[in-house]
Design a protein around this ligand. Structure first.
Ligand code: PLP
Length: 452
């Protein structure tokens, strides 16, 4: 376990010298506003970031849901350093490096039974688009080429590839690209039902029936046209939406009944976030494919992957003529540095028992989340594993503004939280200590009171 640094040092200690900010086009950022008041991170260790003006920031979000073992962990850093000096790169087409095979095997050992093939890419977005392609290739290989339709879910986030934004259900991520997203896609209703489930601890009681919309969609289009359903077991990026009790089981049941592939996008929920290796293991519902990224390397080197049942691999590989079986792959699939980082990361998760640690902190965490109840600005509190969603009443005419202001003020206060719409999301590294949990929620509580 990393040692815990002293908490805040929230006052600037030095005047930063900054590079020109003009040239970089920042992703998912209000560029003009950021460049007028930048927040620059220059170092990190354990639970803390350091800003370029020398402040320590407690990381309440594991970066972007990805630094599950905490920052700059020496075993991972050392593995990357060592690998960079031994084999910096190896082409993955018709050649390979042994670490990628080793990592594939290690990943499958954490997966639910039956998920035992791994295809590597570099990000969650690539994993999602890869999974969609594998689904199409699978149905072609099986002699059912009319199965081309995908079903995602409203408010779902599946990255930013054309496949991902098509099956994703966040309108803002599609609206600038209208006309060229995938044509045969439907979206299930989302499962957020504040009227019935507000302030639920863990999985909400009401809403398994939201899964029944899948039956209606299948009936409308015909099961023989549907390739796959893709959902996040817990929707993260849209603002922490938990699956109602019985919902995932029902989705699984319907997919099985109609022979439709079920893909769980576990880019956020993977690697201990919910107090179990994956959402699939937490909820005990096994999909046909899982997409993963982020925590696989503790975010040190970009990597993503699709994990699939061997039946999917076998169908595609064995049905094709000799030669390449799947016309898909990336220059950096199974990159040696990412694979080395991944192996060291999985060792660390195992050696420090971090998934169990997240589970053992879950109840303390849930108490801290629900202790926020009482502010008139908070309309819902949600928790699962080491994830919290704190939903605020939107400011009239300015959706998202209040939560964004909380993010800014918490950052000033030395705590990193994430705002998405009107929800504050917290998801710290799994090494978090109880006093740090207290500090995060105290900052959020204080800040919510401060903002209008
Ligand atoms: N899928 C889910 C569920 C995610 O939460 C994310 C990112 O947050 C992605 C896919 C996309 O991952 P990336 O940003 O690595 O492309």
């Amino acid at each position: 376990m990393t040692s815990i640094s002293p908490t805040q040092n929230t006052h600037p200690t030095s005047k930063p010298s900054r590079p020109s900010l003009d040239e970089l086009w920042m992703p998912f950022t209000a560029n003009r506003s950021f460049k007028s008041a930048p927040r620059m991170l220059v170092a990190a260790k354990g639970m803390y970031y350091t800003t370029d003006d020398g402040r320590k920031i407690l990381d309440g979000t594991a970066g972007l849901w990805c630094v599950n073992a905490g920052h700059c962990r020496e075993p991972i850093t050392e593995a990357i350093r060592r690998q960079a000096g031994v084999l910096d790169y190896a082409p993955p087409f018709n050649l390979a490096n042994p670490l990628s095979f080793e990592l594939a095997q290690r990943v499958t050992k954490l997966m639910p039974r039956g998920i035992d093939r791994v295809f590597f890419g570099n990000s969650g977005s690539e994993a999602v688009d890869t999974a969609l392609k594998i689904a199409l290739a699978y149905w072609q290989a099986k002699g059912e080429p009319n199965r081309v339709r995908f079903i995602g879910r409203q408010r779902g986030y599946h990255g930013v590839g054309f496949g991902g934004v098509s099956v994703g259900g966040i309108e803002a991520n599609r609206k600038q690209f209208v006309g060229q997203t995938l044509p045969a896609v439907d979206h299930l209703p989302h499962t957020h039902d504040i009227a019935k489930n507000a302030f639920s601890r863990g999985q909400p009681a009401h809403g398994a029936h939201f899964a029944d919309a899948l039956e209606s969609m299948i009936e409308k289009h015909g099961a023989a046209t549907v390739a796959a359903v893709i959902i996040e077991p817990m929707a993260g990026s849209t603002g922490v939406l938990l699956p109602p009790k019985g919902y995932l089981e029902r989705i699984r049941e319907i997919c099985t009944k109609h022979g439709i592939l079920l893909i769980f996008d576990e880019v956020i929920t993977g690697f201990g976030r919910l107090g179990s290796a994956f959402g699939a293991t937490k909820f005990n519902v096994t999909p046909d494919m899982l997409t993963i990224a982020k925590g696989i390397t503790n975010a040190t080197v970009p990597m993503g992957a699709v994990c699939a049942k061997s039946e999917i691999y076998d169908t595609i590989v064995n049905s094709s003529a000799p030669g390449i079986e799947l016309f898909h792959g990336y220059t950096y699939s199974g990159h040696p540095l990412a694979a080395a980082a991944g192996l060291a990361t999985l060792d660390l998760y195992r050696d420090e028992g971090l998934f169990d640690r997240a589970a053992s902190l879950e109840s303390y965490w849930a108490d801290a989340v629900h202790a926020l109840r009482g502010s008139s600005k908070i309309i819902d509190l949600r928790n699962m594993g080491l994830v919290a969603g704190i939903e605020l009443e939107p400011r009239p005419g300015a959706p998202g503004a209040r939560a964004f202001e909380v993010f800014l003020k918490c950052f000033e206060d030395g705590v990193m939280v994430r705002s998405t719409g009107d929800t504050i999301a917290l998801s710290p590294p799994l090494i978090v200590e109880k006093p740090e949990i207290d500090r995060m929620f105290e900052s959020v509580r204080k800040t919510i009171e401060l903002v209008s």
